[in-house]
Design a protein around this ligand. Structure first.
Ligand SMILES: Cc1ncc(COP(=O)(O)O)c(C=O)c1O
Length: 108
């Protein structure tokens, strides 16, 4: 297969990604922070350390303010819903991605 949609997601992933995800789902793939059993605590620690690493990567200061979302559309909706109020004026172009344009039109 020749994959040309890397702006959406990379494929194939580096081998390390497959190895890590396989290990994660087989050993720690439980609901983080939900209970006090060992796997839940270990998973929560992994989520917290990932949150800290990403905060550092994006030059953030407080890892508790980093939010995981499902995808770019979900992130953009969170931002637009949080920032915009009724009757706000958004300047954009028709070149903007559908995920932003649709949200702006719905909020209009
Ligand atoms: C500029 C831009 N914004 C938003 C999206 C939507 O991303 P997702 O499919 O992760 O919701 C894409 C997807 O390719 C994109 O290229």
């Amino acid at each position: 297969m020749i994959y040309l949609d890397n702006s959406a997601t990379s494929f194939p992933k580096p081998e390390e990604v497959y190895l890590f995800m396989d290990h994660f789902y087989r050993s720690k793939g439980v609901n983080p922070g939900r209970s006090g059993f060992d796997a839940a605590i270990a998973t929560e620690e992994m989520v917290a350390s990932t949150r800290k690493m990403l905060t550092q990567l994006f030059n953030g200061t407080n890892s508790n303010r980093l939010t995981f979302s499902y995808n770019a559309t979900d992130s953009l909706n969170l931002i637009l819903n949080g920032l915009l109020e009724k009757d706000d004026h958004v300047v954009t172009t028709m070149l903007e991605h559908n995920s932003v344009l649709r949200r702006c039109i719905i909020l209009h």
